[in-house]
Design a protein around this ligand. Structure first.
Ligand code: HEC
Ligand code: HEC
Ligand code: HEC
Ligand code: HEC
Ligand code: HEC
Ligand code: HEC
Ligand code: HEC
Ligand code: HEC
Ligand code: HEC
Ligand code: HEC
Ligand code: HEC
Ligand code: HEC
Ligand code: HEC
Length: 436
C-alpha cells in the first residue's frame, strides 16, 4: 500500500518533469543533492543523466525502484570521464576491480575526494582492521581517522599505497624537524635510513613513541650479539639493565659520535662515574676524581679509550673486563689469566725467565716480572701496577690493598733500575747493568 503522501509526490513529480523536462533536482524530488561540502562536478551541474537513465523502470510509474544507470557496471560510467589505468597489477585490488563505490559516493561528501562516511577510516575499515581498539598509543593522524593523509586509495600495493615514494618521506611530511635533525647527524643508525617503521608503528602501539617494543627489547630484537653478551654475563652493568637502559648511552636515530653514542665514550662514562657508586655493599671509587688526582694516565686512558679494556654491556670477567684479569693479589700463574694486559703488551714479559730486552724490570738479565708473576703463588700485576692511572711512573702503586690494609710499596726509580721497600719483603734494589 502506498501512502497518500507518496502518491501525491508522484503526481507532483510527474508535473515537474512535464514542466521542467530532465531537471531532477529542482522539482523537489532530489533536491537534497549538492548540499555537502564536496559535490561531484556533474552533480553540481545538474547533469544527472551523465550517469542515470530516466527510465520508467526506476521512476514512479515504472516497474521497480532500482536506480537506473547508463551502464551495467558503475566503473564503466566513471571511466567515461576519468582516465584510470585499471590494468596496473600493482593497483589496490578494489580499485582494479572497479569497486569505485566501495570508497566513493558518486554524488557528494563531507570528505575530500568524495569519500564515503565521516572519516576515511570508516571507508578503509570496511575491509581493513584499523586495530585501534585496546591500543594505548594511537598516532595523531590515525586517531582522527585520516588514513588518506599517508595512503592514497589508488596507490601501489608494493609501496603500501603510500603517497610518497617510501616510508621515511611519508613521515617527514609532518615531522619536518626530525628530518632536519636526522639529516644533520654524522652517523645515522642503519635501520633509520632504511625505514622508520623498523621501530615505529605508523598506526598504533602499546609503547610510548609509537614504538614496536620497549627499549631494550626493541634493540635486542636486532642486536642479538648484545643480547648474548648481556645474558651470558657474570659481570653486569647497571647502566645497561636499568633506567633508560640502552638509551643511557646510545641515541636511537644516530649521533654525531661513533656507535650512536650520546657523547664521547670517555665523557659518557664520566656522566655517571663522577661519584662513588655502589655494587651491592662494595663501593667503587669516583673515577673522575681518581683520574684528576692521579695525573700519570695509562696509555689507553690517555686515548680516552675505556672500551679498550671494558665492555660496558657486560662480560664473563670481573669488572666488565673484556678479557681475563686476576681478581686477587696472588694467583697461581697461568698466562690465560692475563689476557687483558697481553692484548697490548708482550706476554714474553712474564714467560721468559731471563732477558735483556723484553722488560726493564730486570736485575741484569733476570726477569723480575717472571720472578714475581710466573710461580705457584704469583703476584698479579695489580700487586705493583695501578691500571687506570697513578702518581708514580710505570703506574706503580703507592700502596696496594692487601687484606684490610693498604700495603705501601715505596718505589723509587733510578736511571739503571729501581728500588722498593714494600710491606712484603725487605727493601730490594734492581740494576739492569750490574745485576745480582
Ligand atoms: C557520476 C555519476 C552520477 C551522477 C552525475 C549522478 N548520480 Fe545518482 N547515482 C549514481 C550511482 C552510481 C548511484 C548508485 C549508488 C549505489 O548503488 O550506492 C546513484 C544513486 C542515486 C540514487 C539512489 C540512491 C541514493 O544515493 O539516494 C538517486 C536518488 C540518485 N542517484 C539521484 C541522482 C540525481 C538527482 C542526480 C543529479 C543531481 C544524480 N543522481 C547524479 C551516479 C550518479
Ligand atoms: C560526466 C563526467 C563524469 C563522470 C561520469 C564521473 N565523474 Fe567524477 N568528476 C568529473 C569531473 C568534471 C570532476 C572534477 C574534475 C576532476 O577532478 O577531474 C570529477 C571529480 C571526481 C572526483 C574528485 C572529487 C574531489 O573533490 O576531489 C572523484 C573522486 C570522482 N570524480 C569520482 C567519480 C566516480 C567514482 C565516478 C563514477 C561513479 C565518476 N567520478 C564519474 C566528471 C565525472
Ligand atoms: C573493498 C575492500 C577494500 C577497501 C574499502 C580498502 N581496501 Fe585496501 N586492500 C583491499 C585488498 C583486498 C587488498 C589486498 C590484500 C591485502 O594485502 O590485504 C588491499 C591492500 C591494501 C594495502 C596494502 C597492504 C599491504 O599489506 O601492503 C593498503 C596499505 C591498503 N589496502 C590501504 C587501504 C586504505 C588506506 C583504504 C581506505 C582509503 C583501503 N585500503 C580501503 C581491500 C580494500
Ligand atoms: C601517518 C601515516 C599513516 C596513516 C595516517 C595511516 N597509515 Fe597505514 N601505513 C603507514 C605506513 C608507513 C605503513 C607501513 C609501510 C611499511 O612499513 O612498509 C602502513 C601500513 C598499512 C597497511 C599494510 C598492513 C600493515 O598494517 O602494515 C594497511 C592495510 C594500512 N596501513 C591501512 C591504514 C588504514 C586503514 C589507516 C587509517 C585507519 C592508515 N593505514 C593510516 C602509514 C600510515
Ligand atoms: C579503496 C578506496 C577507493 C576505491 C575503491 C576507489 N577510489 Fe578513487 N580515490 C580514493 C581516495 C582515497 C582518493 C583520494 C586521492 C588519493 O588518495 O590519491 C581517490 C581519488 C579519486 C579521484 C580523484 C582524482 C585523483 O586521482 O586524485 C578519482 C577521479 C577517483 N578516485 C575515481 C575512482 C574510480 C573511477 C574508482 C573505481 C575504478 C575509484 N576511484 C576507486 C579511494 C578509492
Ligand atoms: C599527517 C601528519 C603526520 C605524518 C605523515 C606522520 N606523523 Fe607522526 N605524529 C603526527 C602528530 C600530529 C603526532 C602527535 C603530536 C605530537 O606528539 O607531536 C605525531 C606523533 C608521532 C610520534 C610521537 C611523538 C611524541 O613526542 O610522542 C612519533 C614517534 C611519530 N609521530 C612518528 C611518525 C612516523 C614514524 C611517521 C611515518 C610512518 C609519522 N610519524 C608520520 C603527525 C604525523
Ligand atoms: C632503531 C629504531 C628506530 C628507528 C628506525 C626510528 N626511530 Fe624514532 N625513536 C626510536 C626510539 C627508541 C625513540 C624513543 C626515544 C626516547 O625514548 O628518548 C624514538 C623517538 C622518536 C620520536 C619522538 C621523540 C623525539 O625524539 O622527538 C620521533 C618523532 C621519531 N622517533 C621519529 C622517527 C622517524 C621520523 C624515523 C624515520 C626517519 C624514526 N623515528 C626511526 C627508535 C627509532
Ligand atoms: C631493525 C633492526 C634494528 C633495531 C631495532 C636496532 N638496530 Fe642498531 N643497528 C642495526 C643495524 C642493521 C646496524 C648496522 C650494523 C652494522 O653496520 O654492522 C645497527 C647498528 C647499531 C650500532 C652501531 C653503530 C655504528 O656506528 O657502528 C649501535 C650502537 C646500535 N645499532 C644500537 C642500537 C640501539 C641502542 C637500538 C635500540 C634503540 C637499536 N640499535 C635498534 C639494526 C637495528
Ligand atoms: C654504559 C653505556 C652503554 C650502554 C648502557 C649501552 N651501550 Fe652499547 N655501546 C657502548 C659503547 C661505549 C660502545 C662502543 C664500544 C666500542 O667502541 O668498542 C657500544 C657499542 C654498541 C654497539 C656496537 C657494537 C660493535 O661491535 O660495533 C651496539 C650494537 C650496541 N652498543 C648496542 C647496545 C644495546 C642494544 C644496548 C642496550 C641493551 C646498549 N648498547 C647499551 C655503551 C653502552
Ligand atoms: C648511566 C650511568 C652509567 C654510565 C653512563 C656508565 N656507568 Fe659504569 N656503572 C654505573 C653504575 C651505577 C655502576 C655500579 C652498579 C653496577 O653496575 O653494578 C657501574 C659500574 C661500573 C663498573 C664496575 C662493574 C662491576 O661489576 O664491577 C665498570 C667497570 C664500569 N661501570 C665501567 C663503565 C664504563 C667503561 C663506562 C663508559 C663506557 C660506564 N661505566 C658508563 C653507571 C654507569
Ligand atoms: C688498561 C685497561 C683498562 C682501561 C683502559 C680502563 N680500565 Fe677500568 N678497570 C680495569 C681493570 C683491570 C679493573 C679492575 C681493577 C681492580 O679490580 O683492581 C678496572 C676497574 C674499573 C672500575 C671498577 C672500580 C675500580 O676501580 O676497580 C671502574 C668503575 C672502571 N674500571 C672504569 C673505567 C673507566 C671509566 C675507564 C675509562 C676512563 C676505564 N675503566 C678504563 C682496566 C681498565
Ligand atoms: C688497550 C691496550 C692496553 C691494554 C689492554 C693494557 N695496556 Fe698498558 N699500556 C698501553 C699503552 C698504549 C701504554 C703506553 C705506552 C707508551 O707510552 O709508550 C701502556 C703503558 C703501560 C705501562 C707503563 C709503561 C711505560 O713505559 O710507562 C704499564 C706498567 C702498563 N701499561 C701495564 C699494563 C697492565 C698491567 C695491563 C693489564 C691490566 C695493561 N697495561 C693493559 C696499552 C695497554
Ligand atoms: C712486583 C711488582 C710488579 C709486578 C707484579 C708486575 N710489574 Fe710490571 N713493572 C714493574 C716495575 C717496577 C716496572 C718498571 C721497570 C723499570 O722501568 O725500571 C714495570 C714495568 C712494566 C711495564 C713497562 C715495560 C717494561 O716491562 O719495562 C709493563 C708493560 C708491565 N710492567 C706490565 C706488567 C704486567 C702485564 C704485569 C702482570 C702480568 C706486571 N707488569 C706485573 C713491577 C711489576
Amino acid at each position: 500500500m502506498k501512502s497518500k503522501w507518496t502518491l501525491i509526490g508522484y503526481v507532483l513529480w510527474g508535473l515537474s518533469v512535464a514542466v521542467q523536462g530532465q531537471d531532477c533536482t529542482s522539482g523537489g524530488c532530489h533536491a537534497e543533492r549538492g548540499s555537502k561540502a564536496v559535490v561531484h562536478v556533474p552533480v553540481e551541474e545538474g547533469d544527472c543523466l551523465a550517469c542515470h537513465e530516466q527510465t520508467k523502470r526506476n521512476h514512479p510509474g515504472g516497474r521497480g525502484r532500482e536506480i537506473g544507470l547508463v551502464a551495467e557496471e558503475v566503473v564503466d560510467i566513471c571511466t567515461t570521464c576519468h582516465d584510470l589505468d585499471l590494468e596496473d597489477e600493482d593497483l589496490h585490488p578494489p580499485v582494479a576491480e572497479g569497486s569505485c563505490l566501495a570508497c566513493h559516493d558518486p554524488h557528494e561528501s563531507d570528505l575530500n575526494s568524495l569519500l564515503k562516511g565521516s572519516r576515511a577510516a570508516d571507508v578503509c575499515g570496511e575491509c581493513h582492521e584499523t586495530g585501534l581498539e585496546g591500543k594505548e598509543f594511537i598516532h595523531g593522524p590515525v586517531a582522527v581517522g585520516a588514513c588518506d593523509v599517508c595512503h592514497s586509495g589508488h596507490g601501489q600495493v608494493s609501496n603500501t599505497l603510500l603517497r610518497t615514494d617510501g616510508v621515511n618521506s611519508t613521515c617527514y611530511q609532518c615531522h619536518e624537524l626530525k628530518a632536519e635533525e636526522i639529516a644533520s647527524l654524522v652517523n645515522q643508525h642503519a635501520p633509520v635510513e632504511e625505514s622508520c617503521t623498523n621501530c615505529h608503528n605508523a598506526h598504533e602501539s602499546d609503547t610510548k613513541y609509537q614504538l614496536e617494543a620497549d627499549v631494550p627489547d626493541l634493540c635486542l630484537g636486532c642486536h642479538s650479539e648484545i643480547d648474548d653478551q648481556i645474558s651470558s654475563a657474570t659481570s653486569h652493568h647497571q647502566a645497561v639493565e636499568s633506567g633508560k637502559t640502552c638509551l643511557n648511552c646510545h641515541l636511537p636515530h644516530g649521533s654525531e659520535y661513533e656507535k650512536n653514542l650520546k657523547a664521547e665514550p670517555f665523557d659518557l662514562c664520566m656522566q655517571c662515574h663522577n661519584k662513588p657508586l655502589k655494587i651491592g655493599k662494595t663501593q667503587i671509587p669516583d673515577m673522575e676524581k681518581f683520574l684528576e688526582q692521579n695525573p700519570d694516565w695509562h696509555g689507553p686512558i690517555r686515548e680516552k679509550n675505556c672500551a679498550g679494556c671494558h665492555n660496558p654491556h657486560g662480560t664473563k670477567n670481573i669488572r666488565l673486563l673484556k678479557y681475563s684479569f686476576p681478581r686477587k693479589f696472588y694467583a697461581a700463574f697461568d698466562v690465560e689469566n692475563y689476557q687483558l694486559c697481553f692484548q697490548c703488551h708482550p706476554s714474553e714479559n712474564v714467560l721468559d725467565s731471563s732477558t735483556t730486552r723484553l722488560t726493564n724490570f730486570r736485575d741484569g738479565d733476570r726477569n723480575l716480572h717472571y720472578l714475581h708473576v710466573n710461580r705457584e703463588k704469583g703476584r698479579t700485576c695489580r700487586a705493583c701496577h695501578q691500571v687506570h692511572a697513578s702518581t708514580h711512573s710505570f703506574h706503580i702503586r703507592a700502596a696496594v690493598p692487601f687484606g684490610g690494609w693498604q700495603l705501601p710499596i715505596n718505589y723509587e726509580k733510578n736511571d739503571d733500575g729501581g728500588r722498593c721497600s714494600p710491606g712484603c719483603h725487605k727493601p730490594q734494589t734492581y740494576s739492569r747493568s750490574s745485576g745480582p
